[in-house]
Design a protein around this ligand. Sequence first.
Ligand code: HEM
Ligand SMILES: [Zn+2]
Length: 912
Amino acid sequence: MAATTTIAKKTTTPMRADTALLLVAEGGIFWNVEVTFLVFCLALFLAYLFLKGTKNLPPYPAGCWPVLGHLLALGRAPHLQLTAWRRQYGDVFTVRMGMEDVVVLNGYTAVKDALVDRSELFASRPPNYIFDVVTGFGKDMTGERWGNLFTQKKYFTTIALKTLGRDDFDDGPDAIEEKIREEAGCLCNKEDVDVTIANVICSMLCGERFEYGDRRFRELSEAVANTMDKLGCGQPISVFPFLRFIPGVNKPISGSKLHAGKIQKFLWDEISRHRQDLDHENPRDFLDVCLIEADTHDKVDNLTEENIVYIAQDLFLAGIDTITHTLRWSLLYMAMNPDIQEKVQSELDAVVGGAQPALSHRAQLPYAEATLMEVQRMRAVVPLGLPHATTQHVKVGQFDVPAGTQVVTNLHSLHMDPAYWPDPDRFDPERFPDAEGKVINNPKSYMPFSGAVVTANIDYVYHNYTELTRVLGETAFQCPGIMQVYTVGTSVQGRELWVMEISDNLGDHEPGEPEFKYVGNMHGNEVVGREILVYLIQYICQQYQAGDSRIRSLVHETRIHIMPSMNPDGFEYAEAYTPPTNPNETDWTYLAGRYSFFDNGERYDGFNGTDLNRNFPELNSVVYRYENTSGPNHHLSVPDDFWTGNTVSLRPAPETKLVMDWILRYPFVLSANLHGGEVLANYPYDLSRTYPNNPTAYTRCPDDEVFRELSKAYSLAHGTMAKCGVTQPCYTDDFACQDGITNGAAWYSTTGCMQDFNYLASNCFEITLELSCNKFPPEAELVQFWEDNREALLQYMEKVHSGIKGFVRDTNNNGIADAVISVRGINHDVTTARDGDYWRLLVPGTYRVTASWGGWTQEKTCTAANRAGVCDFVLGAPPTQPPSTSAASPAMPLMWSSVLAIAALVFSWLRP
Ligand code: HEM
Ligand SMILES: [Zn+2]
């Protein structure tokens, strides 16, 4: 294999052959064909005729033969043929691999749609007999089919590899880098590139490198190369698995078993060696991290040593060949382009000098980086990616792709697309730097590593305050243009109430753009919300950078504020709390850390402290009174006695005051407050109208219909919340069977809740989400909680764009702040923001809507929809002219304008 192949020879050989297409098309299929085979062919041909025409798959290119399908037409370099077909048949077509329909995606739009925008729908792997034999039929990570273990293994492997690069790991900050430098120092002979790479991978996985002459190491390298040959060289069995029963034809299977067996033997030996002095506190390498996981089952259900062998084998197989060939192509391009070589060298000389290059030099080496990127563009070493399979029925354009269909992503077609890369066959590193000479991050139509693997960079762990602070800072650093951290103030114990702001216009309200918020961990011991909000922030950052169009629109059209923890003191208390061992002592597990600390130094334990979600001004009874007296229906002012509450637990906690101020400062439109202890979405009102009588009476607010729809937007998109008959209830009430939602009071009455305060004192509609039966579940479950909530979190945020929206302006076209928007039939108004912009969440339909300010009104018919209908208003005169001194607008009788002016004044007194 590669070790003995010269660079020149490699240029004429196809690149790494990973896919089923390559598997088949490269090799000679027709040797050793026996009569049995012909009989099978006939049977299959009949089946083919039977099945043909029953599906709405993308079109088939010409040249499809019965039984063989397109195998002959694909030739020895299928990525070239597929790219040629793209010109004739468009971005999406179906190729028949023997009897199997394989959907091929070409070009940036189609491939990004599958690998980035809708990655989960295309995440699985198709069966492939030889590959499955080598990987133990899914015992590894790469071959795992879609499901729980799929995500767990991928996350775990990514985290384990990231751990190797962590500052506190083993030999310190540069452990891996140091190993690479050391190894590079040993590379003197160009024939040894693959051995060098194998040694680096070996150091990462097993913590040791070998001398190049070492017999055991040579055997390992050869076994890796031979296994890749068996996987990479066209094998009829991959297309016609029944051939494995035919003697002679099935030789590649025994061959691949033999070679993979050698790698596995090496890894089993290493595992025994590692077991001897494994220290759970101080893992030394990848195998140690895996063995600790196999002992603790923290992140992967039942990870066994056998799984570890197969996962480590994945890394040997995937890592050595790819890097080796990329380096070889780079050397070849340097040899063929001496002028470019010269420029790379002089940049290296200027930045690195005589020393060895380090990762920290990378930012200063834009030309070298661009050159490597250009090599990978021209010669993507995995030109067709790895084969994927659909996880469910998927629509691609007007076509239907059934669940389980094999999907091949033609990455080569992206890199050679003249629409993105003029004169694509020309080697030109100048394509990558932008006008300022900086290398473009994530260029379009460029995916040598395929799409973003599902949320690969998120650590699904608990974050204490220090960790939370770090991860927010790091994420903002990674996504500088769209994320920044701010604080609304400090908790009693001095911890910041951090908020991540996410917007394409940081630090400012954009006129016309709605603001959204999530608040987590208000009860310090209810922690799932806190963590999934951290993951959500990381996910948005990552997907934004990967070009996910859904996330990009969300960020471009919304200003998002995420406060992962409103009670950071309570969280630290809850995390440190250990239940008593003595059964006579009270166990506060259910409550410890729920409350915030008193600010007068009073004792704090399970019971003593402020329940922040009972601590907001109680405005329900005020509004219930106004309902009968036609009093104001929005922006109610905070009663004076709130500030001077006579018992300490009623006095507003510092955290409450800070968050109240925050709620009133920004023009929030929609929000959710994340809790635990049940699984449901709870909406206003939280206090029964007849309280304390009939405390569980369903208590409708004027926007009951809107709130039910908002709550269902979350619960129906959630993995378990509304799965009636499937989800086990936490307690006796089976909320899943009522769509996972409940009116607050109908569940139980409470006063001083944050959601009702939002609704009654500001423009913001808030619901309360309960996300887990167990308030503080084991860390290993966090991945699943994230998976269950991710889509719901996104869909709920997207709801901020429903209803109607627009501007209220004066006749000089200036926006009017604080104009009142009333909807006929709904006794709850909202007001305009600073620039005259407003958002009114409504269920789809037609409404009579009135805008009023300072004596002028305008009524219109507006259409509410899932994408907010625009409904602008123009009111009589510039806001600088007070209505009482100006003549009334001609359209309005004087009396009415003064009545409205007084009403407006009263409203402004009522403001907090
Ligand atoms: C130039 C270097 C590399 C290139 C161009 C490359 C490219 C790719 C591509 C295109 C895929 C297919 C992803 C998909 O669509 O499913 C892939 C998967 C994979 N690569 Fe690499 N790779 C490189 C280096 C490495 C290295 C050094 C390692 C490990 C040490 C590695 C480990 C893997 C693994 C484990 C998978 C399977 C991932 C999964 O199933 O989720 N690769 N690689
Ligand atoms: Zn709670």
